[in-house]
Design a protein. Structure first.
Lengths: 105, 105
């Protein structure tokens, strides 16, 4: 009945994996698995929905267009990304899997 | 700008701590910190909202009224509790803090 967020991780992650955990009219909860992927040069996410994201394993760096310093995320770090707040993933750790939970609302 | 879910944990948890991380019309995201607390004898949560909950640290046991076996949760375990699905927390580890994220929607 319960599932584990750290289970069923493929050995190789050639592309980021997005898995829907909960999907309803009002929210979507995703597990995201990365290993070394980042946003393409010049790409910015510009999302119609609010996002709350927590990194549970691994490491990543996010950059916001309106903020000079990038933000380094380690396990347990969470951040609220308001709708249309332009941001990009600058880096994810290539040496281990990075596991995120994202809540879109 | 980011916060850490494992930070700012009091040394003593005489009562469960409920902290709102995100609150909007559509959802509420909470951090819950337990240490040894459980639902009172005979008490069942019967919530008007759906809840998705993940245990990130510690250990707990949840029981559902409509299910004989209790569910033991370890770090990373997550579970969807539909609205009005009666359940109770039978046990949380008294020897360490248990940290949960709950999303109500």
């Amino acid at each position: 009945m319960s599932k584990n967020i750290f289970s069923h991780i493929p050995e190789n992650i050639p592309e980021e994996i997005f898995e829907t955990i909960i999907s309803s009219e009002k929210i979507r909860i995703e597990r995201i698995i990365s290993q070394g992927q980042c946003s393409e040069e010049g790409f910015w996410y510009d999302q119609p929905k609010n996002e709350w994201v927590i990194l549970l394993k691994g490491a990543a760096t996010i950059r916001f267009e309106n903020r000079e310093e990038p933000i380094h995320l380690k396990p347990g770090d969470h951040i609220h990304i308001p709708a249309h707040c332009r941001h990009r993933v600058e880096w994810t750790d290539p040496d281990c899997t990075t596991i995120w939970i994202a809540v879109f609302f």
